[in-house]
Design a protein around this ligand. Sequence first.
Ligand SMILES: Cc1ncc(COP(=O)(O)O)c(C=O)c1O
Length: 433
Amino acid sequence: MDPYMYQRGRLLTSARPLPDFEVVESKGPWLYRAGGHRVFDGSSGLLCANVGQNSPRVLARIERQFRAYSFGGAAVVQPHIQMELMNRLCDAVGRPEDSVALTTCGTLGVEVAVGLARNITRVRGGKRRGDILTSTLSYHGNSALTVALAGNHARQPRPEDALGLGPAFPPPYPPTHDHEGRACDASCADEVATVIDNRGAENVAAVLIEPVNGTTGGAYVPPDGYLRRVADICRERDVLVIHDEVLTGLWRTGTPLASNHWAGAEPDLCILSKGLGAGYTGVGAVLVSPEIAPLIRHKDADPLPAMGTMATHPLQAAACLGVLDELESIDLDSFAARGEQLGESLRALTAHWPVRDVRGLGHLYGVEVEPGLLWPLMEAAEKHGVFFYPFTGAGHPRSEGLVVAPPLNSADDDIRHLVAALTTAVIDLSQNH
Ligand SMILES: Cc1ncc(COP(=O)(O)O)c(C=O)c1O
């Protein structure tokens, strides 16, 4: 009898089959098992360990801060290190004048962004309610509010527990947005206009959207012009745009922000998280554009949303600065070329059953497989030395597959290993299933 079996049942963790290996050491994107076998982290942990593990740069930052002082929330000591982080982060994503709220995770980043958006639109006037509109294929976190708001079918609460909330508009992705075979295009944004107009713009504070879909549908990319049209529609109606870049932010899709792929798509508020802490610390950051940030301090504004005891933790800020040091040491030209090569190699997998589709950009791809074959493929890939994160959140039609998202500082050889291992796993499965 496995001595860990009983204990595993008591630890209330993922219901998914756990990887079948224990890690004793790590280096960059590689995890080492007892006995020296190594496994490549093909999904950067939970899409967060974006600069690999065991980073000397991150360690140096944490160590220096630890020796100075290890706790000092912004209300307790001068938040110098948090301001240093704010400036570095805003410069890194090309929004140097933004204001920033720090939180402890992506979910709380979304919660704080919702609170700020409601405050801002209320101060601007003309609002009766502060509804937040999301798409029917989306994930925005694990709190009671965010699971109820979002459209991840695997995680949606029962209707009676959904606080009267739910997703509002279809996303511009062909299998989930049915318009009789016509491809999705920028005009799909008009569905957002319809929803706002039906509710009444005076009842809507913001549209909350993942600019590139993350783990719900598996890295769907919106049609050109879609995000800009959503932004225009919202501005015409005095509704704010919040981009949830918890997963996509900080170069995951090849650019600092996913919205940078399209001109005119900039949001009013933007939430970052996974790639900022990069698995070294829990963190969320809400960036607020300079046009609206002053309203948060307006005399008629509600108090700032509480960001939590451990938000603005100095060790958190130190770790994030180390992550930015790592990200900024990446040579962007070879990084871009590696992303393209990865996409091209993965798209070639569609020649093999059971791969149905490959989509994505930069270092983020969804490899969709025939329903029912996700777990066998994960297992086969693991045997060949690479593991991935699954996506299963689409409702109807059902779709599932692997999110391929290696650490952003992976080397050419690392990416070659990932592609070779996954290709062998797919071929194994197609021949033996
Ligand atoms: C797009 C998106 N938003 C929000 C979250 C929630 O972040 P966290 O798990 O850090 O609370 C996630 C996490 O997977 C995410 O992918």
